[in-house]
Design a binder for this molecule. Structure first.
Ligand SMILES: *Cc1c(COP(=O)(O)O)cnc(C)c1O
Ligand SMILES: [Zn+2]
Length: 379
């Protein structure tokens, strides 16, 4: 069953739907089932090992490219022990594959043959890949400023790429208008996309032998990731599989930090902010649809929000690269935030700090080329 976040109206998940038919709010999947933990070790190392919690009725409809169950890498950052959740290794190079695999499986179950999505890049690539695998036509709307690498990847998967001039928000408006002719399969709206992201929480806890970490650090753009992690942890807590809630740290870019601003000013709602340029394009969302829920997820976990600037992000990219870990700028916001937490004295040496790495450095080749050229010039 699906429930509306605004008016609590419920809807069946047997019919195609992407928003509340009463008020237009976004929907969340209510599931009362978890997976049988004793059987997990016999199941494949993909996120579908948790299939009972993902809302897909028939396993014939599962659309999988082997996503999930990424390594948890033990490292240190400025003297702090951390565990990197290596989601940059997902099939299309970003964690969005967790959401796309489950969302596209549901679209297949519903018999949808064509979808529209708007994306700043990674969600478009991910949905294009899974749509290709499922035989669904994908129309992917991206802002015209999206990096060349990301748009090439989307096209290679066979999606129809539509470049929209103007802001990220203009891209959404164009996609929603086009969706009246097909189906709006947006990562920012689909309850099944968020359901897929719960697997991040399941995996982290399973990989830690069902001991919850002390902290989970994730970047926040539209907020599906932070909500998926929170819902997943809550389910584990309710089922008694873990005994305490980790503190969730949401990371935003200085140049675009609507959720951070609302949290700092103790507001219950997120209001749009003017945004400046940042290399963290994947979290540059001025008006996140799920603002209120993001704030309560952070607060309920006794977590906090942190902002980082481009310089801190670049520094984190270099630090990680020197350890052999290659991530894109948006992903590096999370390890950059660990330095901020450490400098504020918030982390204890013995605490378990899990840092989600959301996207691969291979996504940002053009940005890194520019950056290296600039650096060589100034040397
Ligand atoms: C989409 C994305 C994010 C932000 O995820 P949200 O669910 O929108 O908060 C962070 N990092 C990367 C690499 C992304 O592609
Ligand atoms: Zn509603």
């Amino acid at each position: 069953m699906l429930i509306c976040a605004s008016c609590s109206q419920t809807a069946s998940d047997h019919e195609p739907t992407w928003c509340c038919c009463s008020c237009g709010g976004y929907l969340t999947l209510l599931n009362d089932k978890l997976f049988p933990t004793t059987e997990l070790s016999q199941r494949a190392a993909t996120l579908w090992r948790y299939r009972e919690a993902l809302g897909i009725a028939c396993s014939d409809n599962v659309v999988s490219l082997g996503e999930g169950f990424t390594p948890l890498l033990a490292e240190e950052l400025g003297g702090q022990r951390v565990l990197f959740k290596a989601d940059q290794l997902c099939p299309t190079g970003s964690f969005k594959d967790r959401g796309a695999s489950v969302m596209i499986s549901k679209l297949k179950e519903w018999g949808i043959s064509r979808l529209v999505i708007d994306s700043s890049g990674n969600a478009g690539a991910s949905v294009a890949a899974y749509a290709a695998k499922a035989g669904i036509v994908a129309d992917v709307y991206i802002p015209s400023y999206t990096s060349g690498g990301k748009s090439a990847q989307i096209k290679m998967y066979g999606a129809n790429l539509v470049k929209v001039p103007g802001s990220r928000e203009d891209t959404t408006a164009a996609a929603v208008a086009a969706a009246s002719e097909s189906f709006y399969g947006s990562h920012n709206w689909s309850p099944f996309f968020v359901a897929g992201l719960k697997t991040l929480a399941y995996e982290i806890c399973e990989q830690l032998a069902w001991q919850a970490p002390d902290w989970v650090v994730v970047p926040v753009g539209g907020g599906s990731l932070v909500l998926g992690v929170y819902h997943g942890l809550r389910e584990l807590l309710t089922a008694g599989l873990i005994t305490r809630m980790p503190r969730i740290v949401g990371v935003q870019a200085d140049a675009c930090s609507p959720v951070y601003q609302a949290w700092k000013n103790q507001k219950g709602e997120v209001t749009p902010v003017p945004k400046g340029p940042t290399i963290a394009e994947g979290i540059s969302i001025a008006n996140p649809v799920k603002g209120r829920d993001i704030l309560s997820a952070i607060t309920n976990s006794r977590g906090l929000l942190v902002t980082v600037n481009d310089e801190q992000i670049m520094e984190a990219i270099f630090t990680l690269s020197r350890k052999g870990i290659y991530v894109e700028p948006t992903a590096a916001a999370a390890p950059a935030a660990v330095n901020v937490l450490r400098q504020r004295g918030l982390l204890q040496p013995r605490e378990t700090v899990v840092v989600e790495l959301t996207g691969s450095g291979l996504k940002a080749t053009d940005k890194f080329e520019q950056f290296l050229a600039m650096r060589e010039q100034s040397n």
